[in-house]
Design a protein around this ligand. Structure first.
Ligand code: DP6
Length: 332
């Protein structure tokens, strides 16, 4: 007898960044964050529990995943098994319809889809808040991909293990927005976000300043989303990205994700603004630049970005829906 379920989820881009964890917590963020879930790019994940499997197994885009990825996924499965009173191994098959090197972290959509599929395959009812809390413990940014549109994740508290799911702030159509991704390299990043933020927290003299300032940036981003004020959103989102990267660059040794084309794109976006086009940058734990603009400006901004030497391609995304279940079944 086996039980399987399939779920899909989209990546998200933080407009107010999460960078740093609360010490002694179960992967709770040190700062509040707010993201937009992106339509168009999708991770689809199937989880099957069966006593016939020798151990948990994880397949990513058709290839067996490495031990680190399997350990992280098994940790999530262990929590589901404990809640459902299940003791059998699982097989996970996960596929992204966007390239891994596209500059959009597949971990956010991956753990969100895994949380939905695993709980459902274990016979637990759909519960986006529980799924979000489960995903958050595996990778905090993935907690936000459970919900559509504009989504917040609060900061945790020291030495506290508490129920901390993300929640929707506003639906996808609350603010007309395009997110253009200027892809600057095909290389996979060298410092994963977990290591980068832990090293920043341990060694950067600017980390405490970041933790103190981030909630104010978060409040400005949140207020701008609720007021549907794209300019205020863009300005605050750009400040959040630069403040996060400043704290990382001041670590010893520096956590520096930018390449030459990253800076070229930032300069071009400032040039667009100087010529009256509303466009703002945000960068995550990698060298790609995501540019926020209004839908009518997207074609002009995309062609400006595509013409920059070192920009390999430009992807366009819009606010999208949260993670959902595609199907669940039991078979003998
Ligand atoms: C720069 O969620 O990947 O994208 O919780 O350790 O898995 P872990 O980190 P992760 O960090 C994301 C950092 C970021 C900003 C953000 O998405 O808020």
């Amino acid at each position: 007898m086996s039980h399987q379920a399939t779920a899909l989820a989209h990546p998200n881009i933080a407009l107010a960044k999460y960078w740093g964890k609360v010490p002694g917590s179960d992967n709770a963020p040190a700062v509040p964050s707010l993201s937009v879930t992106l339509a168009g790019m999708t991770t689809t994940t199937t989880v099957e529990f069966s006593a016939d499997f020798p151990a948990d197994h994880l397949e990513l885009n058709g290839a067996e995943a490495d031990a680190t990825a399997l350990r992280r996924a098994s940790g999530l499965l262990d929590e589901v098994r404990a809640e459902a009173g299940l003791k059998v191994p699982a097989r996970i098959r996960s596929r992204n319809d966007f390239p891994t090197a596209a500059g959009l972290a597949s971990s956010a959509s991956g753990f969100a889809a895994l949380a939905v599929a695993a709980r459902s395959a274990a016979g637990l009812p759909r519960d986006p808040a529980r799924e979000s809390n489960l995903a958050r413990r595996a990778s905090a940014s993935s907690a936000r991909s459970l919900f559509g549109g504009f989504v917040e994740l609060a900061a945790g508290r020291e030495n506290e293990h508490r129920f901390l799911p993300a929640q929707q702030v506003a639906p996808p159509d609350a603010l007309p927005l395009r997110v253009l991704v200027a892809v600057t390299t095909e290389r996979i990043k060298d410092t994963p976000s977990t290591g980068g933020m832990n090293h920043t927290a341990a060694t950067s003299p600017y980390y405490q300043a970041w933790v103190a300032h981030a909630p104010r940036l978060f409040e400005r981003v949140r207020a701008a989303v609720l007021a549907a004020d794209l300019e205020a959103l863009g300005v605050a989102a750009e400040e959040s990205a630069f403040a996060m990267h400043a704290s990382a660059i001041a670590a010893a040794p520096a956590v520096l994700y930018w390449l030459g084309p990253t800076v070229e794109v930032i300069a071009a976006v400032r040039g667009l603004r100087a010529s009256g086009v509303g466009a703002w940058c945000t960068m995550d734990a990698g060298p790609h630049v995501k540019v926020l603009c209004a839908p009518p400006d997207a074609a002009r901004v995309a062609s400006t970005l595509a013409a920059i030497p070192g920009v390999l391609r430009v992807l366009t995304a819009s606010p999208g829906e949260g993670a959902r279940l595609l199907g669940a079944e039991a078979s003998t």
